[in-house]
Design a protein around this ligand. Structure first.
Ligand code: NCD
Length: 329
């Protein structure tokens, strides 16, 4: 596939496999068209090899350290799997109660420990400034696997790859984000990545919760969308926008970041759920995405609709993360 929408033929040929070597992956703002082209070209090569051999051996023996201070299923397992399938290893600390963190060891010292045993550290943390602290402490690359309600760059990269694979292009698409746009870090990263590199139309579906658009996208992201010349429209229900949507990006409520409300309050207030009837007036080539985990914002009756790509998205994620690790190493 040609991953270049705005460039000349000369630039399209320009793939630089060293472009991410020894780099930290902290924000999608570091990904321009050239880096994306290299990453997705590598992801395609890995996908092809994986479909034949179910592994891709690297010449360098890679060891990654996964340091997770927040729960994770997909991100952690797919990074682990990515390392194994590249012929490498993964060291995992995901229960900080059983590591020296529980004895009071600082993030910096924990990073300095892992750096003795690993080539790359994949870090998920509940605080936004944790990534900066980790970079300062580390002599090996750090990959941000989610920093509180900030960013989740590798999820946005796999989301973008999914859109390319399913739609074959990005420019001009109507992309509708639904749910917790305030705390959803995957939404933040994908919006930044899209608007920084493409001309897309962004629709924000934010229900009224506690009498207002409480879970709306923070204004700094809204400003960014406008600054980059992308269109932005606001809705309160999926019904209003489903017929014109090319990509429907569903998200769950980040209840762990809404600690001022009880789960019961949130359930009563938040009633947005994608149901089969919505798809009656949707485009044939709509794709429905979700970073997962799903709670109850997508009815399971949709899972077998060919437009539901949220399970496929996870498989694409493995290829993109394998490509990332191999390009960094
Ligand atoms: C997301 C996350 O952790 O931000 N999950 C993921 O990594 N696939 C989304 C979420 O937890 O809602």
């Amino acid at each position: 596939m040609n991953y270049s929408e705005n460039n000349t033929t000369e630039e399209i040929k320009d793939i630089d496999f060293k472009i991410l070597q020894h780099k930290n992956i902290i924000s999608v703002m570091d990904f321009d068209e050239k880096v994306l082209r290299t990453l997705f070209h590598s992801s395609d090569l890995i996908k092809e090899k994986m479909e034949i051999n179910n592994s891709v051996e690297l010449t360098n023996k890679l060891t990654i350290g996964c340091l997770f201070f927040e729960p994770s299923t997909r991100t952690m397992c797919s990074f682990q799997a990515a390392a194994y399938k590249l012929g490498g290893q993964a060291i995992v600390i995901n229960d900080t109660k059983t590591s020296s963190v529980s004895k009071g060891e600082s993030l910096s010292d924990t990073i300095k420990c892992l750096e003795c045993y690993c080539d790359i550290i994949v870090l998920r943390h509940f605080e936004k400034n944790a990534m900066q602290e980790a970079i300062e402490a580390s002599n090996i690359p750090i990959i941000n696997a989610g920093d509180g309600d900030g960013e989740h760059p590798t999820q946005a990269l796999l989301d973008l790859y999914t859109i390319y694979k399913e739609h074959g292009k990005i420019n001009g698409l109507n992309i509708t984000f639904v749910g917790d746009l305030k705390y959803g870090r995957t939404v933040h990263s994908l919006i930044l990545l899209l608007c920084n590199n493409y001309k897309v139309n962004i629709n924000l579906v934010c229900p009224n919760v506690f009498g207002e658009r409480y879970l709306d996208l923070p204004s700094k992201y809204m400003e960014f969308i406008k600054e980059k010349g992308c269109n932005i429209k606001y809705y309160t229900s999926i019904d209003e926008v489903i017929n014109e949507t090319d990509v429907l990006y569903m998200t769950r409520i980040q209840k762990e970041r809404l600690t001022q409300f009880t789960e019961k309050d949130l359930q009563q207030e938040y009633k947005l759920c994608l149901k089969k009837y919505h798809l009656k007036c949707a485009k044939e080539n709509l794709i429905i995405m979700h970073p997962l985990p799903r709670v109850d914002e997508i009815s399971t009756e949709i899972d077998n609709d060919p437009r539901a790509v949220y399970f496929k998205q996870m498989k694409y994620g493995l290829y993109v993360r394998m490509a990332l690790l191999s390009l960094i190493i």
